[in-house]
Write a protein that binds this ligand. Structure first.
Ligand code: PEP
Ligand code: MG
Length: 550
């Protein structure tokens, strides 16, 4: 499943087809001119359609990629029509990307295809309009490109099922951020479903039921209605600040990767952004974003948060997030290679540009910065001295709070020393689990092995909160463990002051915090720290839920 939730509705097939492109057409000059006109039209449309998700921007940069344009120009010079030339260059690049087997490159392939379909449609004069959907449509497609998703009438769209696409594809992320359930990797038989066939997208299991039994429809309709009512009640309660039942303050922030996320975070009651993943500005780009582009993006996000605190994480590239514009040496174990702050400290000009853009885009007072993948104090000090020098260049007199992400066992073990100099700590439990348990988080076969509820991870989290508090500093958690309401009691018991969760999880996590009592959370944490397996910790959590107000 790529975007959570269930739906009851009727099938609507979307056949994504390649429009025929005539192999040859006008003269070379005519085809060049036609291509310029179509590119200009698409550029205008993309800039109007920018929905802050970064996707329109990514498509724009593909459209303007000089190497790619040169390949198309060569095809036209060799006699191909403009649409045939664009398609040939696209398909060649996609084949080369697919050969790498890297999922991020596959994403770029999907984006290239999306741009190709739109350019060819403009060149052959057959642009499809906004698809007319029936009420409660469950869209069935082989694959659904971001522009095709955005062209759908979302008021009538109940769900999506596709044969292709992965859970981290742009379309899946867009669907999740709009609360539209989506299933990917469905069997190819779904393409035989005819329009208007009744369908049920199961909210509990990743299954699409065809012509569901009335009993199942009634039961799921009841569940969905119940979930909707609860989510509505939680969302309206989420506007209030959050305290445990016995009055301990716990801040609930949201993780964001775009201005759209920041808007969703505020709508769902987040008190700030606890992690802005700035990679969205850098990945898949042929050149580093300019300072102005970065400043504009940070400003838009800060404005969406309307004065609430914004913790910007400096670029966390490397490992599974390679940068196309930096020459990066091939590494045998990239997760243990030059990533996060290590990579930034080897490219100081890039880090300095980012600091300048953050300081110019986010108002002082609202702005906090943190650095990822720190393993020692020297790295923190290097980042801090560059930040202070950058502040001086801009005549910023009040120092910006600078925090450390605790994502490695090394950082957790020296948390107190880090907290002595850093302004705050933020636990990245995704990487902390990966590095503590030697379990690659990218490897689906190890999904259950990289379990952040393993007592070794919990002991490192505890050591981190103790270290931060001994130095009078606050500590938050922004890994996905924070979004799991099963872990909320444990995290509060371990001493976390702030939970930063997916924007849509804010209401449920706030509702959970309000049910808890600090003393009971601490007892649970004490017992969990003495366990020796993740299963043991889960059992304790379930028992505590049965016995106490937990
Ligand atoms: C983490 O590692 O927990 C984290 C929040 O960072 P990311 O998931 O972006 O690596
Ligand atoms: Mg991380």
């Amino acid at each position: 499943r790529a975007a959570p939730g269930g739906a009851i509705g009727v099938a609507h097939r979307i056949a994504t087809r390649d429009l025929p492109a005539p192999p040859t057409r006008g003269t070379v000059a005519e085809e060049r001119a036609a291509l310029e006109t179509a590119s200009h039209a698409l550029r205008t449309r993309l800039s109007q359609a920018s929905d802050h998700s970064g996707i329109a921007e990514a498509h724009m940069s593909l459209l303007d990629d000089p190497e790619f344009r040169a390949a198309v120009a060569d095809e036209i010079a060799a006699g191909a029509s403009a649409p045939a030339a664009w398609r040939a260059a696209t398909r060649r690049e996609i084949a080369a990307l697919e050969a790498t087997g890297n999922t991020l490159f596959a994403q770029r392939g999907a984006d290239l295809l999306d741009v190709e379909r739109r350019i060819v449609a403009l060149l052959v004069g057959e642009e499809s309009g906004r698809a007319d959907l029936p009420e409660n449509a469950i869209v069935i497609a082989d694959d659904l490109l971001p522009s095709e998703f955005l062209a759908l009438d979302h008021a009538r769209l109940a769900g999506i099922a596709t044969v292709k696409g992965g859970p981290t594809s742009h379309t899946a992320l867009l669907a999740a951020s709009r609360g539209i359930p989506m299933l990917v990797s469905c069997p190819a038989e779904i393409l035989k479903i005819v329009d208007a066939e009744p369908l049920l997208l199961d909210p509990d299991a990743p299954v699409l039921h065809r012509r569901p039994e009335p009993e199942l429809v009634d039961r799921i309709a009841g569940d969905l209605e119940h979930d909707r009512a609860r989510a509505q009640a939680e969302t309206s309660a989420a506007r209030e600040d959050c305290f445990t039942a016995d009055g301990a303050r716990v801040e609930v922030f949201a993780n964001c990767g775009s201005a759209e996320d920041a808007e969703a975070a505020v709508r769902h009651g987040a008190e700030g952004c606890g992690l802005l993943r700035t990679e969205f500005l850098f990945l898949g780009q042929q050149r580093a974003p300019s300072r102005d582009e970065q400043t504009a993006a940070y400003r838009e996000i800060a404005e969406a948060l309307a004065g609430r605190p914004l913790i910007v994480r400096t670029l966390d590239a490397g490992s599974d997030k390679p940068l196309a514009f930096l020459a990066m040496a091939a590494e045998p174990n990239p997760a243990l290679g030059a990533r996060g702050i290590r990579l930034s400290l080897r490219n100081l000009a890039l880090l300095e540009e980012q600091f300048l853009a953050i300081l110019q885009g986010v108002p002082a007072g609202q702005c906090r910065i943190m650095v990822p993948m720190v393993v020692d104090l020297a790295e923190f000090r290097a980042a801090q001295s560059l930040l202070r020098a950058t502040e001086q260049r801009l005549d910023v007199t009040v120092p910006t709070p600078l925090g450390v992400m605790v994502e490695t066992p090394a950082a957790a073990l020296i948390a107190e020393e880090l907290a002595r100099e850093a302004d705050f700590l933020s636990l990245g439990s995704n990487d902390l689990a990966q590095y503590t348990l030697a379990a690659d988080r990218q490897n689906p076969a190890l999904a259950s092995a990289a379990d952040p509820l393993h007592p070794a991870v919990l002991r490192l989290i505890h050591r981190t909160t103790e270290g931060a508090h001994a130095q009078g500093k606050g500590v938050g958690i922004c890994g996905s463990l924070a979004s799991d309401s099963m872990a909320t009691a444990l995290l509060i018991g371990l001493g976390l002051d702030e939970l930063s969760v997916g924007p849509r999880s804010v209401p449920a996590i706030k509702a959970r915090v309000r049910q808890l009592r600090l003393q009971e959370c601490r007892h649970l944490a004490d017992a969990a720290l003495r366990e020796s397996t993740a299963e043991g910790v889960r059992r304790l959590i379930r028992e505590a839920e049965g016995e106490t107000s937990l």
